[in-house]
Design a binder for this molecule. Structure first.
Ligand code: BES
Ligand code: MN
Ligand code: ZN
Length: 473
């Protein structure tokens, strides 16, 4: 169910009320609430929740939810906790304190909407489905800030839907059409889709090789938001493997199970440009998503094959499961040569090793541009999408050289996440000093609900990118 968020100046007499709790703040509440909070040992930590029922009173229930130190993160946690705690209400009114900042209001709206998300291919029965249909924000609040949070949340949820969709449905063509339909619904975003024949005519050998094993052919999608007066051009590239079996270098069953998420990068960059367009950010953005299914069949590419990428670079395939970099190489080379980016950023669920280095809640960042790395890290920090920069050691590059082609797509020297990043940098061409790579393998998915994240796809990267793009404006 879609959660509606409304603003009103007057609180009225709601059935269900939600109030923020600040840590160690005397006199926040009347005697009854103060005593209740003490008995409940509520400390006002961000997202900490208690509900006081008064069966015959009005409000019938008061939700007391911590905002910790406040700020964007505190209010996002408040929103997420409220959505979860009040899922059996139909409507809740939030008593807003005066003076909330723009960031706090948009964070609140994001927390509310993002945590309300459930992906169900088959609808839940009525007794199990969340009932919460609206949250009323009562108080003085900047409506535009709330709207911005809602927009950011909505595009993030689109990304989650795309990632969660099972790969029986999610073919490259299907995903390309989803991107097209979403762009058309927003308006102002140009769409170009390369079909397999066009990919062949123009020399996108990496995308064709990886997609060659599937009857459900590959696509390349370009989405362009070019507002008048924009002075900077950002190119965002996203890995879009709609299912990764590993190909002939096949994955074991357990490692394959969730490989529908292997287009999380593509989903995030597509969602980000839609968000930027809806927010009318005054920066030109081109999104490129190579989409392919890495399948096993007699037409699949093989270990030992040599692939010629767009622009003429070549890769010796040592492992067909290192397919992400092979499709990204085409897109990066194309972007660097044709699109004159001021920034070239790729997002990809690229290596299992990323989870080994950094665990489930931190993505890996690579860049030779310190200012860009810093700005992306800060944007991620603000929205709750953490990343950590890893090195690009120059002397590791030699391990990527092939005897028979320019590069190999897989090595056995350890540092799998680093080696993949070094490979991509070679295809960023003249834009390599303005390039950043985000390996988001572990963070694209979560096994349990946590703050604003619901179980399953996270939409990771969408909010970070929108935040970073808005700083360029
Ligand atoms: N899509 C996987 C990476 C991945 C693993 C993403 C787990 C999310 C969760 C990628 O295509 C892959 O298979 N990478 C290989 C590379 C290796 C063959 C060099 C890997 O990480 O094992
Ligand atoms: Mn793979
Ligand atoms: Zn993959």
């Amino acid at each position: 169910m879609q959660l509606d968020i409304r603003l009103t100046a007057d609180r009225g007499t709601p059935e269900a009320l939600a109030l923020p709790v600040f840590p160690e703040q005397e006199g926040q509440f009347d005697e009854e609430l103060t005593a209740f909070l003490e008995q409940a040992e509520h400390k006002g930590k961000a997202g900490e929740t208690a509900a006081l029922p008064r069966p015959l009173g009005t409000p019938r229930k008061t939700y007391l939810i911590g905002v910790g130190e406040g700020g964007e993160a505190g209010w996002r946690a408040f929103g997420a906790a409220l959505t979860r705690a009040a899922s059996r209400e139909t409507s809740v009114t939030v008593g807003l304190p005066a003076g909330l900042t723009t960031a706090e209001l948009s964070g609140l709206a994001e927390g509310l909407r993002l945590a309300a998300y459930r992906f169900r291919a088959v609808p839940l029965s009525e007794d199990k489905a969340p009932k919460l249909a609206e949250v009323i924000l009562a108080g003085e609040a900047d409506e535009q800030a709330v709207q911005a949070g809602i927009v950011t949340a909505e595009v993030t949820l689109a990304a989650r839907d795309w990632v969660n969709t099972h790969s029986g449905e999610k073919t490259p063509e299907w995903l390309a059409e989803q991107f097209r339909a979403a762009a058309e619904a927003v308006g102002g975003v140009d769409v170009k889709i390369w079909e397999p024949g066009q990919l062949a005519d123009e020399g996108f050998g990496g995308i064709l090789a990886v997609g060659g094993g599937s009857t459900r052919g590959p696509r390349l999608v370009q989405l362009t938001w070019a507002p008048e007066g924009a002075t900077q051009h950002v190119v965002l590239v996203g890995k879009g493997i709609t299912f990764d079996t590993g190909g002939i270098s096949i994955k074991p069953a357990a490692a394959m199970l969730l490989m529908r998420k292997d287009m999380g990068g593509a989903a995030a960059v597509a969602a980000a440009v839609l968000g930027a367009a809806r927010l009318k950010l005054p920066v030109k953005i081109t999104v490129l998503t190579p989409l392919a299914e890495n399948a096993v069949s007699e037409s699949a590419f093989r270990p030992g094959d040599i692939v010629t990428h767009w622009g003429g670079g070549t890769t010796e395939i040592l492992n067909t499961d290192a397919e992400g970099r092979v499709v990204l190489a085409d897109a990066l080379a194309y972007a660097a040569a044709n699109l004159s980016p001021d920034y070239l950023i790729d997002l990809a669920t690229l290596t299992g090793a990323q989870n080994v280095s950094l665990g489930k809640k931190t993505a890996a960042l690579f860049s030779d541009a310190p200012d860009l790395a810093k700005a992306l890290t800060e944007a991620g920090e603000q929205v709750g999408e953490r990343m950590w920069q890893l090195p690009l050691p120059a002397d590791y590059v030699d391990d990527l050289r092939s005897d028979v082609a320019d590069w190999v797509n897989s090595t056995e020297v350890g540092a799998g996440t680093v080696m993949a990043a070094l490979y991509l940098r070679e295809y960023a061409g003249a834009a390599r000093d303005r390039w950043a790579h985000l390996d988001m393998s572990s963070v694209a998915w979560t096994e349990g609900a946590d703050k604003e994240f619901s179980k399953g796809a996270t939409g990771w990267g969408t909010r970070m990118l929108i935040r970073w793009l808005s700083t360029l404006a």
